[in-house]
Design a binder for this molecule. Structure first.
Ligand SMILES: Cc1ncc(COP(=O)(O)O)c(C=O)c1O
Length: 472
């Protein structure tokens, strides 16, 4: 079936429906969703024997899916560390799809490669990281961590005369992996993919909020002469705290190790004059991972790996074939830094968000989200029976309800209160375990969230908690 006018009309319809959705969502409470089962039933059925035009199917998609969408872009969505898919990024992303560019290399799309190169440089400048670093645009921090760890593995083994990219891990010298006790799960996936084993790690003790203890790290580094990949973090998923990089990065280097930092959202504190001191010393780290689709507000998917040793980065990722010509050796080749070949031209949306916000816009957004998180935490801490476990130094904090009534009761009451908040749908939070106990997590990671939202959210939490207590 060739493209027809109805197919072209689908682009306009999609734009209209999307605009309508976003206008509603800007003002909306965090609406409840229709569940998976019902949505699945609407779409399920035999494989269609005949095709249909794009205009009709876009209408069908919108009607069938709309009430099953989670209000992630709503201003009072705090459940996971999700950005708001800013309209500037979305619009750039529409063009990216319509242009149908393959981000794999300069021959496939000179424009995609060139814009990505600019976005990569801007990223380093915004985060004030060493300009010689190489940057790969990947699908998110999970893969960004994997890429950084791949560069680490290759470099530490090469320093011992072993080329893991060519010879694999069979018979390779030993490597150790040292990791903070409160690391994000996704780094373990990276270790698994790399044959380093997610369980074969040495866990470094952390303080009460999740920061790695330098003394413990030093002991572990001294315990063996095998080179170590140390995995630090900027922004703990629950408490938002960061490792003390000024202390730990030099320690790792003094022992011949490589330090990789998972900074999925926390790395963006570097963009703020007010908050960047929390990450002092991180600029000396060997590799880092961060996301665009969190604090930069790009649409999914957008993550960045940043490596201070370009050769190690390229050795780990570069893929060449005779049919993929590289005439322009003087230019940055986008495929040299990522595990994929064909991929979305992510540089367009990343460029668009940095162009839309500028250096001051990014800094203001980070400052505002932190200020709003602090206001909310203070507001919740003032509610009787509510315990705010950490005063946010970044954009994350965690809360327990009824903790004074014992551990089990605290878990039950926390779950009941979060359930109630979700049902009332004024704001949306989730739960997690912290030190073995259930907590409510609050992530303020959206440019859409305002001080007024903070007040509305505190009121919603108070009313849910009072209702839970009244219900016994
Ligand atoms: C600290 C941290 N690391 C890694 C990730 C994984 O990022 P992504 O979901 O973009 O792959 C997250 C996601 O929330 C995170 O908060």
């Amino acid at each position: 079936m060739s493209t027809n006018e109805q197919d072209y009309a689908a682009l306009d319809l999609a734009a209209r429906l999307a605009t309508e959705y976003r206008r509603d969502m800007a003002a909306a409470d965090s609406v409840p969703v229709t569940g998976y089962g019902e949505i699945h039933a609407r779409f399920d059925g035999p494989v269609p024997e005949q095709g249909t035009d794009a205009l009709s199917l876009i209408a069908e998609l919108d009607t069938g899916a709309r009430d099953g969408l989670r209000g992630i872009v709503a201003p009072r969505f705090y459940a996971w560390v999700n950005g708001s898919s800013h309209l500037a990024g979305v619009a750039a992303d529409w063009l990216t799809s319509a242009w149908g560019q393959n981000g794999a290399g300069i021959p496939m799309s000179p424009a995609a490669a060139a814009v990505e190169a600019v976005a990569a440089r801007w990223l380093l400048e915004l985060l004030d990281l060493p300009p010689e670093s190489s940057v790969g645009l990947v699908s998110g921090a999970t893969i960004a961590n994997f890429v950084g760890l791949a560069a680490a593995r290759g470099e530490l083994l090469l320093r011992q005369g072993w080329n893991v990219e060519e010879d694999g891990l069979y018979g390779a010298p030993n490597l150790r992996v040292l990791i903070g006790a409160d690391a994000h799960n996704t780094v373990f996936s990276g270790l698994r993919y790399l044959g380093l084993g997610e369980k074969r790690v040495t866990t470094i003790a952390t303080d009460s909020l999740g920061r790695m203890l330098p003394g413990d790290l030093e002991c572990a580094l001294k315990a063996s002469s095998d080179p170590a990949i140390v995995i630090g973090q900027a922004g703990q998923i629950n408490t938002g705290v960061s490792d003390p990089f000024a202390a730990i990065v030099p320690l790792v280097h003094a022992h011949g190790g490589w330090i990789h930092v998972d900074g999925a959202f926390g790395l963006w504190a570097r963009a703020s004059e007010k908050h960047r001191h929390r990450l002092d010393g991180i600029e000396q780290a060997d590799s880092m991972a961060t996301d665009g689709h969190k604090w930069l507000q790009t649409p999914y998917d957008c993550g960045f790996t940043i490596v201070r040793h370009e050769a190690a980065h390229r050795r780990a990722m570069d893929m060449q074939a005779s049919y993929l010509t590289r005439d322009n050796a003087q230019f940055r080749h986008p495929g040299a830094y990522v595990p994929e070949l064909s991929r979305r031209a992510r540089g367009f949306a990343a460029w668009a968000m940095m162009r839309r916000l500028g250096r001051s816009g990014v800094a203001t957004m980070v400052d505002e989200d932190i200020r709003i998180a602090q206001l909310m935490a203070a507001g919740m801490a003032a509610i009787p029976g509510v315990t705010v476990i950490n005063q946010p130094e970044l954009n994350q904090f965690i809360v327990r309800f009824g903790a004074d009534r014992g551990d089990e009761a605290g878990d039950r009451l926390t779950q009941a209160t979060v359930d109630r908040i979700q049902q009332e749908a004024v704001a949306f939070m989730g739960t997690a375990l912290w030190r073995g106990r259930l907590i409510m997590r609050v992530s303020v990671c959206s440019i859409a969230t305002t001080e007024r939202d903070a007040q509305i959210t505190v009121d919603a939490v108070r009313s849910a908690w009072e209702a839970v207590q009244a219900a016994g």
